[in-house]
Design a protein around this ligand. Structure first.
Ligand SMILES: [Zn+2]
Length: 195
């Protein structure tokens, strides 16, 4: 049975607007991002209104976009930090008090939803699990496939400060002096050649 009524708000949006926002930002309604939206929704409710939250995600896939769509935290403003751990978990926390909640996709709970389990664990070919089927299950499951814990941040909570800027003597472009006496590209890390 669905734990989410169709008229219930997700991240403050109707189900239709929630899915539309995901499609508009990400290019398509990726199942992982829809689950990520429910994770953000749960974290926001646990933390409550009026708290200035920063975020950490534990995967480079889908979850950064869930944070960027449904919270003010982005990669660009530095309030979102991304761990390349490929764990389907995220954390929203009070940036001043450092208390928050970590939410994760709970594989045990996913067992009640065989299609979602098979999709996440990559047990069946992608084409045998049409998007609509997955989305129906995700919307039916809502928070029922998530778990959470209250946490206090012990790392990653510092907002990065920019360090001193200089001019690279080789390419004449501005770069951060902590990288050395030339920019990373001129130190041999360039990913391009001039045509
Ligand atoms: Zn240079």
């Amino acid at each position: 049975m669905s734990t989410l009524l169709s008229n219930q708000k997700i991240c403050g949006k109707s189900r239709e607007d929630f899915l539309a926002a995901i499609g508009a930002f990400h290019g398509w309604k990726a199942p992982g991002l829809v689950i990520g939206g429910f994770m953000v929704d749960l974290a926001q409710e646990l933390i409550g209104p009026g708290v200035e939250t920063d975020a950490v995600v534990e995967s480079r896939h889908c979850l950064p976009d869930a944070i960027q769509i449904f919270t003010p935290c982005t990669v660009g403003n530095g309030w979102l930090k991304i761990l390349d751990w490929d764990k389907f978990a995220l954390c929203l926390y009070d940036r001043h008090g450092l208390k928050g909640y970590r939410i994760w996709l709970d594989i045990e709970k996913l067992g009640k939803y065989p299609n979602l389990y098979n999709w996440y664990m990559r047990l069946v070919p992608k084409k045998s699990l049409p998007l609509e089927l997955l989305l129906d299950d995700i919307l039916a499951a809502g928070r029922a496939i998530l778990s959470y814990q209250a946490v206090t941040m012990t790392g990653l909570y510092q907002r990065e400060k920019k360090s001193e800027t200089g001019i690279c003597p080789s390419c004449k472009e501005a770069y951060t002096l902590t990288q050395g006496d030339r920019c990373r590209a001129c130190q041999g890390e360039a990913y391009y050649i001039s045509n």
